[in-house]
Design a protein around this ligand. Structure first.
Ligand code: TYD
Ligand code: MG
Length: 476
């Protein structure tokens, strides 16, 4: 027998090298190379018939029959929206997220609702069947009278199994013929014939491609759960991302109850769509009006609070941004950002100092986005600046105002995209005024239900937004 041949594989991006490297030249990760045994490539003869070479012939666009995509109804509005309207048969969907964020919970809920339309097989490599049963009981809301209820109203089409070996899983699928297969998680699933560890790039990639073959040839929809590692990637992330049809990430602050389900790749719908859930006693509850939820605890007319309108995909979201300035005790002022990029905060502080004369060099500045959200869009700059200025001057902002706009280095305000959609959402939630960058050219008509104040500069915008500011704005 020949000597085992091995190679080194980057566990972050899948780059292969003949020797171990300290730093991956492809993705820049440190110490990410792991030695793996090279397995002989599956020969073409083993491939299923459907994949054999087929004579291809170019056709005109009009000659190609339009495929009316069938979708299974998913009666969870927020999830369906992220998928682009429902579940496409034969597709493979990856759900990534930090451990403990709620992936298993969410997919068990999907299993419980989809079970009404056909058989569902939930394969877990992480929890025992009785643990999953307990969770299902909790989700169905009859935890009090243990067991009894679940036995009578038990979902008849939901099957559970604890299994980590892929060939066994495929066997279960073959006997059970489910419509939906949920694999929790792809990192615990492995092929015994490969010698590398479960969770390694080789295993993850090979298991995922076999499952894809299953999905494509049988029409079964496969949901894969994948953990995100510290570095923010699923083991073998890039590798997996091109194997699957759809990539969703479940994100949120573990100490907050809101969870965002975000699509970053979708062959069957728009990307960057977001669904909002709240983790409750009985699993994930949909939040169809997230703006309302995020503003629920707002104290009106408190200094240091401003409302920004950000876009999550096609959906406008109103969020409260809080700012607090407090005199620095020992000369070295601190800047603390929670939910906004710290570099943006530094830039906004610099603009407030240089262009508006706020003496922030003597102040610690804290910025916080309520609800555990992260706002990355520059469109929130104006609200961040206003929250800081409002706290610094100890003057509240007008209660009924939203602030939209990017702040430039000279203190000018810049237009952001999808302004009309943002304004419609603000108007729908009862905001009466919006402060915006001045419109240059024509764009989509703004809704009439909200009063628009256009400002060219941050200074003008703050003069309009801060209560009691009008008198001294001329001097500044
Ligand atoms: P889980 O779905 O196991 O996370 P993941 O699969 O992403 O690792 O969720 C774990 C957390 O969710 C756990 O801390 C308990 C909490 N949880 C609730 O708050 N409510 C519930 O109804 C359930 C089932 C879990
Ligand atoms: Mg889990």
């Amino acid at each position: 027998m020949s000597k085992l041949r091995t190679q080194f594989v980057c566990q972050q991006c899948g780059r292969i090298s003949a020797r171990e490297l300290g730093r991956c030249p492809q993705c820049g990760a440190w110490n990410s190379f792991v030695e793996e045994v090279i397995s002989p490539p599956a020969s073409d003869a083993k491939r299923p018939q459907g994949f054999a070479l087929r004579a291809s012939s170019p056709r005109r666009l009009s000659e190609i029959e339009a495929l009316q995509e069938e979708r299974w109804l998913l009666p969870m509005g927020e999830f369906a929206r992220v998928l682009g309207g429902g579940i496409v048969p034969g597709s493979m969907i990856l759900i990534g997220g930090d451990p403990g964020i709620g992936k298993s919970t969410l997919l068990l809920q999907v299993a419980l609702v989809m079970e009404k339309q056909g058989r569902v097989l939930y394969v877990s490599g992480e929890e025992s069947e009785s643990q999953i049963r307990m969770r299902a009981q909790r989700l169905l809301g009859n935890s009090r009278n243990q067991g009894a209820d679940l036995e009578q109203t038990a979902p008849p089409n939901l099957y559970l199994v604890t299994e980590t070996q892929l060939p066994q899983i495929l066997e279960h699928v073959a006997t059970l013929q489910p419509r939906l297969l949920i694999v929790d998680s792809i990192q615990t699933t492995y092929l015994p014939e490969l010698e590398s560890m479960a969770g390694s790039v080789t295993q993850v990639r090979e298991c995922a491609s076999r499952l894809r073959e299953l999905a494509k040839t049988s029409g079964i929809t496969v949901f894969l759960i994948g953990h995100v590692t510290k570095e923010g990637s699923i083991a073998g992330p890039r590798v997996l991302e091109h194997i699957v049809d759809t990539v969703l990430y479940l994100e949120g602050d573990r100490f907050q109850s809101y969870r965002l389900l975000r699509s970053v790749k979708n062959r069957f719908g728009a990307t960057s769509e977001v669904g909002v859930f709240e983790m409750g006693e009985r699993g994930m509850i949909e939040v169809p009006n997230p703006s309302e939820a995020f503003l629920a605890e707002r104290v009106i007319q408190a200094p240091g609070s401003a409302i920004a309108v950000t876009m999550e995909g096609t959906r406008p979201l109103l969020v409260e941004v809080q700012g607090l300035t407090s005199p620095t005790p020992f000369g070295n002022p601190r800047r603390t950002a929670n939910g906004v990029d710290v570099n943006r905060l530094l830039m906004i502080c610099a603009v407030l100092t240089r262009r508006l004369g706020l003496r922030l060099s003597e102040q610690d500045v804290f910025v916080n986005v309520i609800g555990g959200l992260t706002v990355e869009e520059p469109a929130a700059d104006l609200a961040i600046a206003a929250a800081i200025a409002s706290s610094y001057k100890n003057r509240p902002l007008r209660a009924d105002v939203v602030l939209i706009g990017e702040v430039g280095l000279s203190g000018e305000l810049r237009m952001v995209g999808q302004t009309a959609a943002r304004l419609r959402e603000a108007a729908a939630l009862g905001f009466q005024t919006a402060i915006l960058p001045r419109r240059l050219g024509r764009s989509e008509a703004y809704p009439e239900a909200i009063e628009i104040i256009e400002a060219r500069s941050l200074q003008q915008a703050l003069a309009a937004a801060l209560l009691g500011e009008e008198q001294d704005s001329s001097s500044g």
